[in-house]
Design a protein around this ligand. Structure first.
Ligand code: COA
Length: 323
């Protein structure tokens, strides 16, 4: 079960109108109509995946009344770690002083938190953990090409954290579904910066170091895969969409969210939306939304929540959770 949640976002906020000042030819109207985004948080010099993840984790641990020494595992979902080696999770472990925890990352891009919670559930089922911290944390704006208006208007930074414990009294994960299709990897990727095309001055100059995306193609696959994920998780939980109290989708684009809700036959007032204030924070988007929903009373005891995500890879998945 999800025993506590937390979130954190950098203080600095960039509104759509702010792009003009950094020389990007766009408009508030274009961004709002195409994506639903109005503003996003941007990491400042003092922010990092570790600092944002640690702040979110402290909030989740407090909410769950768990201290760092009780964590058996730490799973960090991120596509923008502070270092390529070692994992972001061990940096978080050190920041929290969670000395007993086994710490590792999950890179499933924007679906990362769903994959992370699924892994946490598996660790608990296998008997190797009782208390798992799952964090989605990103500083995507540091791997974004700030000269490419097709992508730089979309992303934001932040972290969301959740404490996962063994299900009790009917509360917990009712179903989990995860899928991937690596044949489509190059529709959303970073061509350089890894072992095959290391970072070079050329890779920085020609933009291959940064995120590349074929937006229209990604859009189509996102709509299709999010719909598939909703169906699979509901089927596996033997529930119809009427029994869902809230849908928390990955926040990539309001039109993708609306298409997903329509497919799942869930009215928009049962769908949590905060893309207007955060943009796409990748693995952090769902756990940030979850924490907002918890703290504003949108999720009460006994509520049944459908989580659904999609990201680079492609990766996609869903969870049905009873709180
Ligand atoms: N401001 C103004 N114009 C822009 C722009 C911006 N920020 N970005 C692109 N444009 C222009 C393009 O240059 C293009 O102009 P052209 O027709 O003169 O060439 C035009 O807008 C349309 O571009 P297109 O890419 O076809 O727009 P779109 O309707 O597909 O919307 C996205 C673009 C990126 C918003 C949309 O494709 C999308 O959301 N895709 C999914 C992205 C996503 O969610 N990724 C993460 C998945 S986890």
């Amino acid at each position: 079960m999800i025993a506590g949640t937390g979130r954190s976002a950098p203080e600095r906020v960039l509104t759509n109108d702010g792009f003009a000042a950094i020389g990007i030819e766009t408009s508030d109207e274009w961004i709002r109509e195409r994506t639903g985004i109005r503003s996003r948080h941007i990491a400042g010099p003092a922010d990092s995946v570790t600092s944002l993840a640690a702040a979110a984790a402290r909030g989740a641990m407090e909410a769950a009344a768990v201290n760092a020494g009780e964590l058996d595992s730490i799973v960090v979902a991120t596509a923008s770690p502070d270092h390529l080696l070692p994992a972001a999770a061990v940096e978080l472990q050190a920041a929290l002083g969670a000395s007993r925890a086994a710490a590792f990352d999950v890179n499933a891009a924007c679906a990362g938190w769903i994959f992370g919670v699924t892994v946490a559930e598996g660790l608990i089922a296998a008997g190797s953990a009782e208390t798992v911290l799952v964090v989605g944390a990103e500083t995507l704006t540091r791997i974004t090409n700030w000269k490419d208006r097709n992508t730089c208007v979309l992303f934001g930074d932040g972290a969301g954290a959740s404490i996962v414990k063994r299900a009790s009294r009917g509360r917990g994960i009712l179903s989990a579904y995860t899928r991937s299709d690596g044949t489509l990897a190059k529709l959303l990727w970073r061509p350089a910066g890894g072992g095959v095309n290391p970072v070079t001055p050329e890779a920085l100059a020609d933009g291959t170091f940064w995120i590349h995306m074929q937006g229209r193609e990604v859009f189509k696959h996102a709509v299709r895969s999010m719909a598939d994920a909703c169906d699979r998780a509901l089927d596996a939980a033997k529930l119809s969409s009427d029994s869902i109290d809230l849908v928390i989708p990955h926040q990539a684009n309001i039109r993708i969210i609306e298409a997903t809700a329509k497919h799942a036959n869930v009215p928009m007032d049962k769908v949590y939306v905060n893309i207007d204030r955060y943009g796409n924070t990748s693995a952090a988007s769902i756990p940030i939304a979850l924490d907002e929903a918890m703290r504003t009373g949108r999720i009460g005891e006994g509520a049944t929540v459908l989580f659904v995500g999609f990201g680079a890879g492609f990766t996609w998945g869903s969870l049905v959770v009873r709180f």
